[in-house]
Design a protein around this ligand. Structure first.
Ligand code: V47
Ligand code: SF4
Length: 377
């Protein structure tokens, strides 16, 4: 007996465009779609079609399981040598009195605040401060590990790492090994933005380019570390640029298998040099998640980062391919509130996250950073 799923059912619709039916058949039989097919999905796929296809992929990989973790962030500084046009958060060194610069003790005290809480991960990411070098951060990593050895440290975007390594005159491999030995467990996905050189030049000139970003993640994977990958979408890029970005990541993942999850980040336009660019709407957001789930077939997880998207929209993504919502956060990050997210003090208890997932008729599972399951609710 053949089971009719929402995805196979939609292919029976006689009014479905033949090309979409052909792509849909590929998706349902677990075949990889091409860049040209992904473009066709973006341009011609209805939300209902994309949702059914992405959900098919999501449920084949994870069933109803939806992951979250208990985490908090440390943002060492918002002083930054770069001035990305989309960034609402950074301050130049010359204006550092308007920003913040945390000492090692300040950061260790943040970690100590969680001594009696069951958090499993600290996410450390901030601006690229000209005076906070690799040794400063290695010292921080060692002190955190001495204080709480079991806490997973996911830290530093490839942009921060590239600057640290160059300043220390270390190769990527040397710098990565040095930080890994000091306690760095994995890398977050930030700094990827859009890999296409022309778009990148317009929104974040000067910082590490696509090849440099990928080389840093490859070096982490070579040491057995895992990492995430992001993409900043919904600004001046076109669908082709999103697909090129995802294709470079998919190609590298075929080789290293070190990426855990892909995180599309919706551009927020409050109080930055790109405020004239309107934000994407909800339909565009859901299409983005759905195409990402379908195209990135070798990425185990697709994450919606709720502090950026808002918790209700993040809940909706659970029907468009997403199987991970990141974590409890505990109001420890400012990047998105400063860029205009509806989450001005991002914090969710485990009960709130569990209820959010259950309302969407999915199964909440607390995970650690590497997706080992901790509690099924
Ligand atoms: O690289 C900055 C983005 C990123 C804006 O790996 C903006 O688990 C939208 O990468 N509108 C840093 N986005 C955050 C990041 C991240 C977040 C959560 C989880 C993980 C993970 C990684 O934030 C930057 C940039 O792409 N960003 N400003 C803005 N106005
Ligand atoms: Fe600096 Fe990161 Fe902001 Fe760019 S996005 S200006 S690198 S803090």
């Amino acid at each position: 007996m053949t089971t009719i799923t929402a995805a196979s059912g939609i292919l029976e619709d006689p009014s479905l465009q033949p090309k979409l039916r052909q792509i849909g058949e590929k998706i349902i039989s677990g075949k990889r779609i091409s860049k040209e097919e992904a473009l066709h999905l973006f341009e011609d796929g209805s939300l209902a079609f994309l949702g059914a296809m992405a959900n098919h992929v999501r449920e084949s990989k994870h069933g109803q399981k939806t992951y979250f973790n208990r985490n908090f962030h440390i943002e060492p500084t918002n002083v930054c040598v770069f001035s990305c046009k989309f960034c609402s958060y950074s301050r130049l060194y010359a204006h550092r009195e308007e920003g913040w610069e945390l000492s090692i003790d300040d950061m260790l005290n943040i970690v100590k605040k969680y001594d009696d809480q069951a958090v499993t991960e600290v996410h450390i990411v901030g601006g690229v401060h000209p005076k906070m070098d690799i040794h400063y951060f290695a010292d921080l990593l060692r002190k955190i590990k001495t204080h709480r050895p079991g806490l997973h440290i996911k830290g530093f975007t490839a942009v921060e790492l590239d600057y640290m390594f160059r300043k220390a005159k270390m190769s990527i491999a040397e710098g990565m090994l040095y930080l890994h030995k000091a306690g760095l467990d994995s890398l977050p996905g930030g700094g990827a933005e859009i890999f296409d050189p022309e778009i990148r030049e317009q929104i974040s000139a000067d910082k590490v380019n696509a090849d440099g970003w990928l080389a840093i993640h490859a070096a982490a994977h070579a040491l057995g570390m895992h990492s995430n990958a992001t993409m900043l979408y919904g600004h001046i890029e076109k669908y082709e640029h999103r697909i090129d970005h995802m294709d470079r990541l998919r190609t590298m993942q075929d080789e290293t298998k070190g990426f855990n999850c892909f995180i599309p980040l919706k551009f927020r336009n409050h109080d930055n040099e790109m405020s004239y660019v309107p934000e994407s709407g909800i339909v565009e957001d859901m299409k983005m998640y759905a195409v990402a789930r379908i195209f990135m077939d070798n990425f185990p997880h697709l994450k919606a980062y709720w502090p950026m998207l808002g918790r209700q929209n993040a809940q909706l993504t659970l029907s468009f391919g997403v199987n991970d919502l990141d974590g409890t956060i505990d109001d420890t990050t400012k990047i998105y509130s400063m860029a205009g997210s509806e989450e001005q003090k991002p914090s969710m208890s485990t009960t709130e996250l569990v209820n959010l997932i259950k309302q969407a008729k999915r199964k909440p599972v607390e995970r650690d950073t590497l997706y080992h399951e901790i509690i099924e609710y």
